[in-house]
Design a protein around this ligand. Structure first.
Ligand SMILES: NC(=O)c1ccc[n+]([C@@H]2O[C@H](COP(=O)([O-])OP(=O)(O)OC[C@H]3O[C@@H](n4cnc5c(N)ncnc54)[C@H](OP(=O)(O)O)[C@@H]3O)[C@@H](O)[C@H]2O)c1
Length: 229
């Protein structure tokens, strides 16, 4: 059984991945920006000793340092899931202002990079260590939809970070992949999305199980279909 880190685990796909990982018998370190108000996670800690809930804001240096200091254990799988959506319109959408660009690029691109950097010593002591970055098909150049500019660019950046980490960390024994979770009914995906968070989370965890040094650098969907970059 593995020790799995899941960021942004207090709601949405991260919360469902936490539920399934625990049901599969793993030990989970689930992070939330505001752990005191992570109601669903805190309820789970009352029925299992295999879940630890810790504070982490992936866009805050002090929070990253505090999380690393409070996390001494080896990590086998790091699921870098925390992310934000910004305005979804075309080029003239007033939501695409500088603050939106900074927010999307900081949380969705720098966030997974800085988290991976913070926990690299833990991964190097892990068994079959892997990093899974939750990206999106919206970041694929082959699927450029002509809208949601900061979000799409940020997810292209997230996939790029995963590819570069895969290259650099392969000789150090750490496999890295990036994943499209599907269009999922969460606060981000909305009620009209295709998939439940349960379906997406189950598929993603199954894909992470087969991530290896042989397949490192993959960009694929929650069903294992290859995504164009
Ligand atoms: N839903 C979809 O259809 C879809 C499709 C493609 C990709 N994705 C990606 O899948 C991932 C999960 O999405 P979701 O649908 O579950 O979204 P969600 O329901 O909006 O949840 C987002 C999670 O990220 C956390 N988060 C946001 N900013 C953070 C920060 N600075 N530091 C740490 N955590 C932060 C949130 O914490 P708070 O509760 O504190 O805000 C929350 O736990 C995201 O990376 C998203 O881009 C989703």
């Amino acid at each position: 059984m593995s020790t799995i880190l899941i960021t942004g685990a207090n709601r949405g796909i991260g919360l469902e991945m936490t539920r399934f990982a625990l049901a599969d018998g793993h030990t989970v370190i689930a992070t939330a920006r505001d752990p005191e108000n992570a109601t669903a996670l805190n309820a789970m800690t009352r029925i299992t000793n295999d879940l630890s809930v810790r504070a982490l804001d992936v866009a805050d240096t002090a929070s990253l340092l505090a999380f690393a200091a409070e996390t001494p254990e080896p990590i086998d799988l790091a699921i870098l899931n925390a992310g934000v959506m910004t305005a979804r319109g075309g080029v003239e959408d007033e939501g695409h202002d500088l603050a939106a660009w900074q927010h999307a690029l900081t949380v969705n691109v720098a966030g997974p990079f800085l988290t991976a950097q913070a926990i690299l010593p833990n991964l190097e002591r892990g068994t079959n260590p892997r990093i899974a970055i939750i990206s999106s098909q919206m970041g694929s150049n082959a699927r450029a939809g002509g809208n949601a500019y900061p979000y799409r660019a940020s997810k292209a950046g997230a996939t790029n970070v995963a590819s570069n980490l895969a290259t650099e960390l392969k000789p150090r024994g750490i496999a890295v992949g990036s994943y499209h979770p599907g269009w999922v009914r969460t606060d981000m995906g909305g009620d009209g999305a295709d998939l439940s968070a349960e379906e997406s989370a189950r598929g993603l965890l199954d894909r992470f199980e087969v991530l290896s040094l042989e397949t490192t650098g993959v960009f694929e969907t929650y069903t294992g279909a290859a995504m164009p970059f």
